[in-house]
Design a binder for this molecule. Structure first.
Ligand SMILES: *Cc1c(COP(=O)(O)O)cnc(C)c1O
Length: 396
């Protein structure tokens, strides 16, 4: 009975059997025409998942972190000034990567649990009369805190200030699960990863770039080699690769995009919202609350649950794993002990979510948390019975 249990970490996600099979295949020749015939339409269709008609997409053998590096090293030069907010582990790590590349990062520090600081961005961009800021970095969904920020609002500020900075968005834990409108939001580089919304093994950084970012590639002077987008995009247009591609992951991605489009990208978003709302009702029934400071910031892919005083999130996660064989996300950064995270993205359903909520209750009860067994499960059941009805009718 090994591996019978779903996981509840915010990436890697559970992998549908259909995708596991798609990734398990005999060796294929990536120089053969059949590979190109698969790759070219895939790179076009995947844009729907990014909410784009015009972007160009590249698939690097890397994780999301490689996507961050792709975004900056292709478009910026040493010493360039960029603007970023630090409000969780992932925004922190992207800033660190930029600083190690010799970029001059203007960091706005925010409380963890807050979203992007739109007013501070507006003030800083308005004061930047010489337009020295070349790019704004935004983490759409801060996986450490379960905070989903308003990227459209960043675009509105850039436009209102008539500021030409590029907009780079980390959509690693949102794209493929949450509403993402690359074109409408004027995103210049968007980064996703195979192991989150695409429900695959880790190993692909999926990067979408706008015309403006492509133009910036021509004059950018940061060193780039493995992550050179010019080579990758040139080859991709011809169905080729500058080096050996991660063929089985790309086969998996082909199937994953088909699955997402079959379900309908809007239905995928609605499903994530419904599942997340049930989890939040459970959290509330436990007498706890999400780390996100405001309901409009609640993430539909991960809920970071603040724990009662005197309880340690890492202990809870370790206990749940050791006792019930179920994984939840530990707290990250300085919130490490104060919360635990329930990942509910990718291959997830109401039924699977109920197992995650119920098992978390058992683990909490074991450790003396002041909760009543079944309280969170019942709250989620009440919600799913009603809210899931429309989706069940559609698929019947
Ligand atoms: C998972 C994740 C990443 C990328 O991490 P990798 O481990 O390099 O794939 C980046 N940003 C966010 C918001 C994430 O959730």
């Amino acid at each position: 009975m090994d591996q019978q249990h779903p996981i509840f970490i915010p990436g890697p996600t559970n992998i549908p059997e259909r995708l596991r099979r798609a990734m398990s295949m005999p060796p294929r020749d990536h120089r053969a025409p059949a590979f190109g015939r698969m790759l070219v339409p895939l790179l076009e269709e995947i844009r729907t998942v990014f909410g784009s008609r015009d972007a160009e997409v590249a698939l690097f053998t890397a994780s999301g972190t490689g996507g961050w590096e792709t975004a900056i090293s292709n478009t910026l030069s040493p010493g360039d000034r960029i603007l970023a907010a630090r409000h969780g582990t992932f925004s922190q790590r992207w800033i660190d990567l930029c600083q190690r590349h010799g970029l001059d990062v203007e960091v706005v520090d925010c409380e963890w649990g807050e979203g992007l600081p739109i007013d501070a961005f507006r003030r800083i961009l308005a004061a930047d009369e010489k337009h020295r800021i070349r790019a704004v970095l935004a983490v759409h969904n801060e996986t450490a805190t379960g905070v989903c920020s308003d990227i459209g609002a960043v675009r509105t500020v850039l436009d209102a200030e008539d500021h030409p900075a590029m907009l780079f968005v980390d959509g690693v834990s949102s794209i493929g699960s949450l509403v993402f409108r690359m074109d409408d939001w004027g995103v210049d580089v968007a980064v996703a990863g195979s192991q989150k919304g695409f429900m695959l093994n880790t190993g692909l950084a999926v990067v979408a770039v706008s015309d403006k970012a492509r133009a910036a590639m021509e004059s950018a002077r940061l060193p780039r080699c493995y992550f050179d987008l010019r080579e990758m995009l040139d080859a991709g247009r011809r169905g080729q690769y500058p080096y050996t591609p991660a063929i089985s992951l790309i086969e998996g991605l082909r199937e994953s995009v088909t699955m997402l489009l079959e379900e309908g990208i809007e239905q995928v978003h609605a499903r994530h919202h419904r599942i997340a709302e049930g989890v939040r009702r459970a959290v509330s029934a436990w007498g706890m609350r999400p780390c996100a400071r405001h309901p409009r910031l609640y993430s539909d892919t991960v809920t970071a649950v603040l724990l009662p005083e005197g309880h340690d999130g890492t202990d809870l996660v370790n206990h749940a794993y050791a006792t019930y064989g179920v994984s939840y996300g530990i707290g990250l950064g300085y919130l490490a002990t104060r919360l635990f995270r329930i990942g509910h993205l990718g291959q997830m359903s109401d039924v699977i979510a109920l197992a995650g909520i119920g098992t978390a209750e058992m683990a909490m009860k074991d450790l003396g948390y002041p909760i009543r067994l079944g309280s969170g499960v019942a709250a989620a059941q009440d919600y799913y019975r009603v809210a899931g009805e429309a989706a069940r009718r559609r698929s019947a």
